[in-house]
Design a protein around this ligand. Structure first.
Ligand SMILES: Cc1cc2nc3c(=O)[nH]c(=O)nc-3n(C[C@H](O)[C@H](O)[C@H](O)COP(=O)(O)O)c2cc1C
Length: 190
């Protein structure tokens, strides 16, 4: 798939078929993740590939708890209609774990360790685009408490569960979400 077609054609999917993903495709998708840039090439990401129904069920329970908590906390009524049942049926969830020790000069700067998160975000986007190029759909999912997710996945305290990438074939057409005009987002200094 042509790169710009992949970038513009990717959509967040929240309705997946249960068909499994061949290991060779998974390998290609995750390898694309590792080609992301990172501060001092520290490669701060780890991927946990989850296909276990029992673990998906626990991730669903945590996400649903977090959804209700967020609705209460934010007052955002749409969270009442938003459902996370796809977490139980999606064939693969890739947990992306970041290592705050593997960051750059930012660790000495006022804002603290952010570089490792940026690098993991780049890896996550690569995973999304590679999956899309192979005909899969994805969702970048973050509605969970990091402490609870560490317990579910057996991740030590020093590491940060940053995102779950849901990965599978879309069960239905996904409408495009509009983008703002580029001119609203760009300022030139010439
Ligand atoms: C950091 C980040 C966190 C996100 N968390 C969630 C999430 O928890 N649940 C969800 O349904 N979508 C989540 N999304 C997906 C966004 O809702 C989606 O990208 C946005 O609405 C634009 O739609 P598109 O991806 O189809 O272009 C997240 C995206 C990003 C980048």
């Amino acid at each position: 798939m042509e790169l710009f077609a992949a970038i513009k054609g990717r959509r967040s999917c929240r309705d997946f078929l249960e068909d499994p993903i061949p290991d060779s495709d998974l390998h290609e998708i995750l390898e694309a993740g590792t080609y992301a840039p990172s501060p001092v090439n520290a490669q701060p990401w780890e991927f946990i590939v989850i296909t276990s129904g029992a673990v998906k069920e626990r991730i669903f329970s945590e996400a649903d708890r977090c959804r209700l908590w967020a609705m209460e906390k934010t007052g955002w009524k749409w969270l009442g209609k938003y459902q996370v049942n796809f977490l139980k049926t999606v064939p693969v969830i890739v947990a992306v774990i970041g290592d705050p020790e593997k960051t750059g000069v930012d660790m000495f700067q006022e804002e603290g360790r952010v570089g490792y998160q940026h690098a993991c975000a780049a890896a996550i986007q690569n995973v999304h685009l590679a999956a899309h190029a192979l005909g899969y759909s994805t969702l970048w999912f973050t509605l969970f408490d990091k402490k609870i997710m560490r317990q579910i996945l057996g991740v030590p305290l020093e590491k940060m569960p940053l995102a779950m990438v849901c990965l599978g074939r879309a069960a239905s057409e996904i409408p495009a979400v509009p983008r703002k005009e580029l001119k609203e987002k760009v300022r030139y200094i010439r």
